[in-house]
Design a protein around this ligand. Structure first.
Ligand code: ZN
Length: 529
């Protein structure tokens, strides 16, 4: 039996902890599903690829076995159309122009051209450094006050000042919100400077896949960057080139940004000239939607969403001779969890008042696109979605002692998750790394934007602990790399315990008299209106 923590012994949840039934999960059935989903045969499940389709077919078979009902448009499927864009690098160039002197940038080494904003064939504009490039009315914060960036490319240091709370900062750093502000200011595009203090993966790996196609939803309603003409991301190691002659250095900016200190704003002494070529292609994929019906005559028409993304990034540049980016944890782990939860509900039926909707979204890796489409066009009435419990890369690679909960203080889902976790001897932790913008970096964000209280949980660690280092190493070496595959250490007990917490949370939401509510002081409550 697990040793209970001192804190737990004194908590009111001790009784509950003792009353817990034995776990429904062992971690192994979950891993067996991953073995199929993240097999080399699935070719990394790129959106719209045959590998992704094969994984979807497998998931549908398993959902049928678990006795779930189809709840898509075409059976379990909800078709979604995309347009893919690929940089034709040999026909592209970036050149800095300083006092008439031209200094070409090396694509890949110095910078890369993004395609989430459709690049115009030719752009030439002066550069202006706008600090974090944020406008946050709630905090009376405006990086653009008194600046004239009309017709200019704004240079933005990623991150946010310390007095802006994490979720709020994350929200205003999304492309949609960012471009609203930049368009109003008259900017023509963005040059992003990565905050070296919050880099998930080294530049060499970012650069390696720079010509990988990007995608967007192929529907006019989702065009978020009308008027934008260029986006460029600089290698932090080359960023000084932009600052020469400005009276400032990138080193100075990075030093301030590391601690989320205020940043200066100033014109740079260079212009940027870009020539670009992009190839476009139509792509089709689908979200999967399955239903476990509740039994309450009234509440069964309300839905608790359990979501995960089934796509990953596909086949890419080889690392150590391996070019298949299997995405075992990202997010084979979440997809397998959905299947496993469904199977266990069949094996151990539970009286549910509300229904549970199992949603496997596509194109998460392309910018949360499948969930964006689903949240805008759910296959059940929009008002009937009561919550989203999203599972993405929950990383059971160390024992589950600490559960990191994003959205902990935003809705009563946080309180419910906390009670359930504590009753199982697991401590809950709010977002420990607000700089990484995790709250807007997976599919729950699209539910939030449509007013649906949401939460995402993953295995966490105490600051400064050896476990924290294990997570850090995992991100550096395996995150979005071919080595996020079936040959990596997994803690089956941690996976099982996590699944148990998810199950308890689903049952709680399905059966509670009240639908989950946003907290009065949550920033995200605004979308619920
Ligand atoms: Zn990912």
């Amino acid at each position: 039996m697990r040793k209970l923590s001192i804190a737990l012994l004194f908590s009111t949840f001790t009784i509950l902890a003792l009353a817990q039934p034995p776990s429904h999960f062992d971690g192994h059935t979950w891993w067996d599903y991953i073995k199929v989903i993240a097999d080399d045969k699935m070719e990394g499940r790129d959106t719209g690829s045959r590998g992704e389709h094969a994984a979807q077919e497998y998931a549908v078979d398993q959902l049928k076995k678990a006795g779930l009902d189809p709840a898509g448009i075409d059976g379990f499927y909800q078709p979604v159309r995309f347009v893919s864009r690929q940089i034709v690098e040999k026909d592209c160039s970036l050149t800095l122009v300083r006092n008439g002197q031209r200094e070409p940038l090396v694509l890949g080494d110095d910078a890369l051209i993004g395609t989430r904003i459709i690049p115009a064939p030719e752009v030439k504009a002066p550069l202006f450094f706008v600090g974090y490039g944020l406008k946050v009315p709630e905090k009376n914060y405006d990086d653009f006050a008194g600046l004239d960036v009309k017709g200019k490319l704004v240079v933005i240091f990623s991150g946010s000042p310390a007095d802006i709370p994490g979720p709020l900062a994350a929200h205003y750093q999304t492309l949609l919100e960012r471009w609203k502000v930049l368009r109003a200011a008259g900017a023509v595009g963005i040059v992003s400077l990565i905050n070296p203090a919050s880099m998930d993966i080294p530049w060499s790996r970012i650069s390696l896949n720079r010509t990988h196609a990007t995608m967007d939803l192929d529907y006019p309603e989702f065009d978020e960057t009308a008027g934008a003409r260029l986006s460029v991301t600089m290698n932090p190691a080359s960023a000084e080139k932009l600052f020469a002659g400005s009276g400032h250095t990138f080193a100075e900016i990075a030093e301030l940004g590391k601690d989320r200190k205020p940043l200066p704003h100033f014109p740079l002494a260079v212009s940027l000239e870009a020539k670009t070529k992009v190839e476009t292609l139509k792509v089709e994929s689908a979200n999967l939607v399955a239903k476990l019906s509740g039994s309450d005559p009234k509440l069964k028409d309300e839905y608790v969403v359990l979501s995960a993304h089934i796509d990953h990034v596909g086949i890419g540049a080889p690392i150590n001779g391996d070019s298949i980016y299997n995405g075992a944890m990202d997010d084979g782990s979440g997809s397998a969890l959905l299947i496993d939860e469904a199977a266990i509900f069949k094996k151990n039926p539970e009286k549910l008042r509300r229904s549970i909707l199992f949603v496997f979204v596509t194109a998460e890796e392309k910018g949360l696109l499948g969930s964006k489409y689903f949240a805008a066009h759910p296959t059940v009435p929009p008002k009937s979605l009561v919550a989203d419990v999203n599972v993405d890369m929950f990383l059971p690679i160390v024992p589950l002692k600490v559960l990191r909960v994003l959205g902990l203080d935003d809705s009563d889902l946080g309180d419910r998750a906390q009670q359930i976790s504590q009753s199982q001897g697991v401590k809950v932790q709010p977002d420990p790394e607000p700089l990484r913008n995790l709250f807007v970096r997976s599919d729950q964000y699209n539910f939030i934007r449509h007013g649906v209280p949401s939460i995402i949980m993953s295995v966490g660690s105490e600051p400064g602990s050896p476990e924290q280092q294990i997570f850090k190493d995992w991100l550096t070496n395996r995150y979005h790399a071919p080595s996020d595959d079936l040959n990596q250490p997994v803690d089956f007990d941690a996976a099982a315990k996590y699944e148990e917490i998810v199950r308890s949370l689903l049952i709680n939401i399905a059966n509670d008299d009240h639908r989950p509510q946003w907290k009065q002081d949550s920033f995200f409550r605004r979308y619920a209106k």
